[in-house]
Design a protein around this ligand. Structure first.
Ligand code: FAD
Ligand code: SIN
Length: 534
């Protein structure tokens, strides 16, 4: 087996304890596997805990997985991998049932699970828990189970995937509480590290979402895809000096309207679906209205619902707004866009396999192609479970998914060479400002080129990290470089990627941009030959 195991060896080492990681860990445990979960903060810290709207699943009498699939493909702006999306929508009911069996208390009326509505869905199909506390209920339930069933190492960062002879064989770690370093051997390694929203100044994502999994996989020679596509959520509450707080799309699903600060209800100028148009469209509409009025926000109005109704349906949101002095039952709420979801990530097939043998990726860190250029609301929690389940089946059920892992891309791209003039960003905030201004909602060629060069320069000056912050800055820089360079090369507009200088969507660009680290090529080439991959 592996020669790296200085601190223990496990059948599966899972990096991350959001829904993707915990679901994979618990399912692997059901197969009798020994499982180590490594997680950067407290076990419950990650985007999962903050999820509000819920999970998309076709359960209604007027709904079907085929309709869910159609909506997913439509939202994805021509880049959705239809096979992956079919799996997502058709396996959804079984995965939601897994959560029910594990005890997640979904909201019900007369025993039947309640179905909410969100943008770009043609039916009410969002299951939720605790009103708008879906993620908290899921994370609480699964983390309690995981602490009984598997070994969990918290406040510990994965800092390197160990690759030997082209195969991932373990993980090196750094524990932030005592600064110890360890290495764990693994039969297989699973990245479940979530997204990279923290590469932007304004984000709904928690502090742990620094894109570590993408950076670790890239350094290990895995392919990274679609990084030009970051989803900006249109309705975040952004108050000076306070963490950004999401106002769920489900609020618009319940009828909330958007107004510019001069009182004009504006969505009819942009899309016939009005406030329930896909997120990329609503976000750009807000951006245009904010530019027109000169305000830094627009206004969300759900004042036609009473305080009691709001407190019951959206308890967290209503309470948070009250804390900020905003009574949604009386006042229009100021909202503006925030980076929310990383559509791109580590390229995988529909079994969670990356292009490096023994290395898997599931959840937001992965790019199965299921979201294309713009994720449909509430398909993310679902994706984590559907592909974690399949990964476990592939690993532990003999014969399932047999065949070659994903072939390496013949035309994979490489990043600009790092420019070694020892310039370093003063802090991650400098990277975040740059990304927000130049690789954000509206992009231009000159802005992207300038960003790509500055990021390559900063990369060249980066010292070897010696702290959690240092590792996170390295991850943020890696993801930022991949996003900026992909966005620069994609000379069109599609889904969440909007180029002012190339505003049209072009058939020639109906393809993915894939990056691979050239220095890691030798390791990955060996893996490719071993698995019989071209
Ligand atoms: P996460 O839940 O983010 O977990 C990542 C884990 O990896 C964390 O435990 C983190 O600490 C750990 N980690 C990261 N780096 C390292 C490292 N180097 N070493 C060790 N551990 C590491 N989606 C929906 O479908 N429905 C919703 O209603 C919804 N609402 C949302 C609301 C908010 C505010 C946000 C931010 C997102 C929302 N999303 C929603 C998106 C969804 O929550 C996420 O995409 C999903 O939870 C991702 O799950 P995950 O397990 O992949 O990652
Ligand atoms: C929300 O509740 O608006 C977030 C849903 C999602 O990101 O899927």
């Amino acid at each position: 087996m592996s020669s790296v195991s200085t601190d223990g060896h496990y059948d599966l080492v899972v990096v991350g304890s959001g829904l993707a990681g915990l679901f994979a860990a618990l399912k692997a445990r059901e197969h009798g596997a020994s499982v180590l979960v490594i997680t950067k903060g407290a076990i419950d810290e990650g985007s999962t805990k903050y999820a509000q709207g819920g999970i998309a699943v076709a359960l209604g009498a007027d709904d079907s997985p085929a309709d869910h699939l159609r909506d997913t493909i439509d939202a994805g702006a021509g880049l959705v991998d239809e096979e992956a999306a079919r799996i997502l929508c058709f396996e959804a009911p079984d995965r939601v049932d897994d959560l029910v069996q594990w005890g997640v208390p979904f909201d019900r009326v007369d025993g039947a699970i309640t179905l909410g509505r969100e943008a770009a869905h043609s039916a009410s199909r969002i299951v939720h828990a605790g009103g708008d506390a879906t993620g908290r209920e899921i994370e609480l339930t699964l983390s309690a189970l995981a602490q009984r069933e598997v070994t969990v190492l918290d406040h510990t960062l994965a800092t390197r995937i160990v690759v030997e002879d082209g195969r991932a064989t373990g993980v090196e770690t750094f524990t932030s509480t005592n600064r110890e370093r360890h290495a764990f051997g693994a039969g297989n390694v699973v990245l479940a590290t979530g997204g990279a929203g923290q590469m932007y100044r304004t984000t709904t994502n928690p502090a742990v979402s620094t894109g570590d999994g993408v950076a670790l996989a890239y350094a290990a020679g895995a392919e990274i895809m679609d990084m030009e596509f970051t989803q900006f959520h249109p309705t975040a509450l952004v108050l000076p000096g306070e963490p950004v707080f999401l106002i769920s799309e489900a609020v618009r699903g319940e009828g909330a309207k958007l107004y510019a600060t001069d009182g004009v209800r504006f969505m009819d100028k942009y899309d016939a679906r009005l406030e329930l148009a896909p997120r990329d469209i609503v976000t750009r509409a807000e951006h245009a209205e904010m530019a027109r009025t000169g305000a830094d926000h627009v206004l969300l109005d759900i004042t036609d619902r009473g305080a009691d109704w709001l407190a019951a349906r959206f308890p967290q949101i209503y309470a948070r707004c009250l804390e900020a002095g905003l009574d949604m039952a009386r006042d229009r709420t100021p909202v503006s866009p925030a980076a929310h979801y990383t559509m791109g990530g580590v390229r995988t097939n529909t079994w969670g396999e990356t292009t490096v043998a023994g290395l898997f990726a599931v959840g937001e860190v992965a790019c199965t192609g299921v979201h294309g250029a713009n994720r449909l609301a509430s398909n993310s929690l679902l994706e984590t479970m559907v592909f974690a389940q399949r990964m476990v089946e592939r690993l532990f059920d003999a014969g399932v998914g047999a065949g070659a892992p994903p072939a390496r891309s013949a035309d994979a791209l490489t990043l600009l060479p790092a420019l070694g003039d020892h310039a370093i960003p003063s802090s991650a905030d400098e990277v975040r400002e740059l990304m927000w201004d130049q690789v954000g909602i509206i992009r231009t060629g000159p802005g992207l080129r300038d960003a790509a060069v500055r990021l390559a320069r900063w990369w060249g000056g980066m010292p070897e990290p010696i702290s959690r912050e240092g590792y996170e800055l390295r991850s943020i820089l890696t993801c930022a470089r991949l996003a900026a360079e992909a966005a620069l090369r994609r000379e069109e507009s599609r889904g969440a990627h909007y180029r002012e200088d190339f505003p049209d969507t072009l058939d020639a660009w109906r393809r993915h941009l894939v990056f691979r680290e050239p220095d890691a090529r030798i390791q990955a080439d060996i893996a490719g030959r071993r698995e019989g991959v071209a």
